[in-house]
Design a protein around this ligand. Structure first.
Ligand code: HEM
Length: 398
């Protein structure tokens, strides 16, 4: 077995932040499952066997012997990840019990009913961009607030509290926040979320968290409900914000593809699916072997960590035989991809994320048909080392 390489799993090509690093392609071709070092702000850096092929990724994500990478530990300090109620901390029957209580809130029908609300949030953010004028930073004024405001609506955060809530969410979700600040900030989030839960317990709101309290409040502790609120924020915010910024940047670099999304409403759903495949904002998923097992014929020992690169797997779909998956082609969406994961933990909010993207992206390019970068392309900064990809700044003009 070779020595672990110090390659960040999220590594992208030097030349293009949307292209996986050459090393990931090398790993994909290799018969051996390479070991690499994975940086992590919440755990210490860890060594993991790396899965980069599409078929292996699907098998691993649906293999219950591979447990979630972060398991709730009541004795460890609470962080955004380490808390009860967070589905990403649970396995097996405990996971199914919690997930079952939340699926009703995310059905296609429930999500469809959110369309007018999302349209309103998007339109208000576009007004804000217009008011800021040319040079406006889309990360700050558009991509970041849209998912937070949607989550505020799902949780029933009153208007008066939204600025504070957004601020705390930003601190909690920023990978550069130190562990101490994370813990202090989460304590404040928890305190706020607990008052929100108490008010839903008294009179369940007409929103997602209200419906969970109404339908399953008797089966859930307050602590679990607090964790559920925090989880929706963690899982739904950064990923969607990243997708909005990354898709916008990518489309500005590919005007012919942008024109399809702006001018052909019937092509929007497919275009969003191709953008999801291509950007893969949740770059890689960590797991830990619950028992001795094998991936292909390669032994993974009990307790060994595994990391599954969704970014690499999405460039290795069966369609690779017919088209170049390193090209963005919004007219040729993938039949399947693993951007939302696969198996028992597959993204619960995927229909909501799709809805946000399908509304926000065409609305942006319709409001500003001449939209272009207000800085040289090389001045855009990307976050390429964290497990969730990010765009740090996106100044635009029109
Ligand atoms: C899980 C991606 C948006 C809620 C996941 C997973 C991925 C993912 C890859 C699987 C994690 C794993 O297997 O370890 C994304 C992407 C999004 C997005 C790329 C946006 C483009 C959302 C939104 C919400 C949400 C908007 C809700 C507000 C969740 C939840 C889970 C999850 C609750 C945990 C499911 C479970 O463990 O059973 N997401 N997500 N996500 N996502 Fe999303």
């Amino acid at each position: 077995m070779s020595e672990p390489k110090p390659l960040p799993i999220a590594a992208r090509s030097e030349g293009c932040p949307f292209t996986p690093a050459d090393e990931l392609y090398e790993m994909q071709r290799s018969e051996e499952l390479p070991r690499i070092m994975v940086p992590s702000p919440l755990l210490d850096e860890f060594e993991a066997a790396t899965i980069t092929r599409y078929e292996d990724a699907k098998n691993a994500l649906s293999d219950t012997r591979l447990r979630m990478g972060f398991v709730f530990d009541p004795d460890a300090p609470r962080t955004m990840l380490n808390q009860p109620g967070n589905l990403l901390n649970y396995n097996g029957a405990d996971h199914s019990r919690l997930r079952r209580m939340l699926t009703g809130a995310f059905t296609v029908k429930r999500v469809r009913s959110l369309r007018p609300l999302i349209e309103r949030i998007v339109a208000e953010r576009l007004d804000e961009v217009e008011r800021a004028g040319p040079g406006a930073d889309l990360v700050r004024l558009f991509s970041t607030p849209i998912p937070t405001l949607v989550i505020c609506e799902l949780l029933g955060v009153p208007y008066a509290d939204r600025a504070d809530f957004q601020h705390r969410a930003q601190i909690g979700l920023d990978v550069n926040t130190s562990r101490e600040t994370q813990i202090r900030n989460l304590a404040e989030m928890d305190e706020y979320m607990a008052t929100l839960i108490a008010s839903h317990r008294e009179s369940p709101g007409d929103n997602l968290l209200g419906s969970v309290v109404r339908e399953h409040g008797g089966e859930l502790t307050d602590d679990e409900l607090v964790g559920i609120g925090n989880m929706l924020l963690i899982a739904g915010h950064e990923t969607t914000a990243s997708m909005l910024s990354a898709s916008t940047t990518l489309l500005l670099r590919n005007p012919d593809q942008l024109a399809v999304l702006r001018d052909e409403p019937e092509a929007v759903d497919g275009a969003v699916e191709e953008l999801l495949r291509y950007c893969s904002p949740a770059t890689a998923m960590p797991r830990q072997a619950g028992e001795d097992m094998a991936v292909r014929d390669q032994k993974i020992g009990e307790g060994e960590r595994v990391v599954i690169s969704l970014l690499a797997a999405n460039r290795d779909l069966p369609e690779a035989a017919e088209r170049d998956l390193d090209e963005l082609d919004v007219r040729n969406p993938p039949k399947h991809h693993v951007t939302f994961g696969y198996g028992a933990h597959q993204c619960l909010g995927q229909q909501l994320a799709r809805m946000e993207l399908r509304i926000a992206l065409p609305a942006l390019f319709n409001r500003f048909p001449e939209l272009r970068l207000a800085c040289p392309e090389e001045d855009i900064e990307y976050r390429t080392k964290a497990l969730v990809f990010g765009v740090r700044n996106l100044p635009v003009t029109w």
